[in-house]
Design a binder for this molecule. Structure first.
Ligand code: ADP
Length: 158
């Protein structure tokens, strides 16, 4: 059975992330979304909130599960008995940083591969940061985040 790990902060999950999740779920038997508990970053949503929003957003995808992790990504990947990481690529600006991360993961785990999937055109410039900015100024969010995230974002901004 082929398993792939899709890691990220997902603060919060956007339709761009969901696009990559659906694409991955069509390629791999099982996709594990790994929500990073990064103590160095100050996320808007707690780890639990980020995990729950994702669980809600992927509830109709049978072969997708959501977990949190901390520490080295490659350790989480090994724990799940796989060697495949998925990352989404938007525009060229993502490439440099993503390549750096893929190569650094390789340095500590030479058999780990990163598979890059390109997002649908309409999500090419969508990010969790932009969505938070939109929410702050009352922009209609339905084109950008899953339904279950909208009210949570609005509540956070109050
Ligand atoms: P990180 O903090 O690890 O970058 P993110 O939650 O911002 O976590 O992103 C997780 C993954 O999703 C990354 O591979 C990122 O490039 C990708 N991603 C983010 N936004 C989009 C989008 N709009 N379309 C496709 N992929 C995206």
């Amino acid at each position: 059975m082929s398993t792939a790990i899709y890691p990220g902060s997902f603060d919060p999950v956007t339709l761009g992330h969901l696009d990559i999740i659906k694409r991955s779920a069509a390629i791999f038997d099982h996709v594990v979304i790994g929500v990073l508990n990064n103590t160095a970053k100050k996320p808007l949503f707690s780890l639990e909130e980020r995990v729950n929003m994702l669980k809600d957003a992927v509830s109709e995808l049978d072969n997708v599960s959501v977990e949190s992790f901390e520490g080295l990504l490659v350790d989480f990947v090994k724990q799940k008995n796989t060697n495949v990481i998925i990352r989404g690529l938007r525009a060229l600006t993502d490439f440099d940083l993503e390549m750096q991360m893929a190569q650094s993961n390789r340095m500590v785990a030479s058999d780990v591969d990163t598979v890059f999937l390109s997002t649908s055109l309409q999500y090419s410039y969508l990010s969790s940061s932009i969505v938070k900015e939109y929410a702050r100024y009352g922009v209609d969010l339905k084109e950008f985040v899953p339904e279950c995230v909208i009210s949570k974002l609005i509540d956070k901004m109050k």
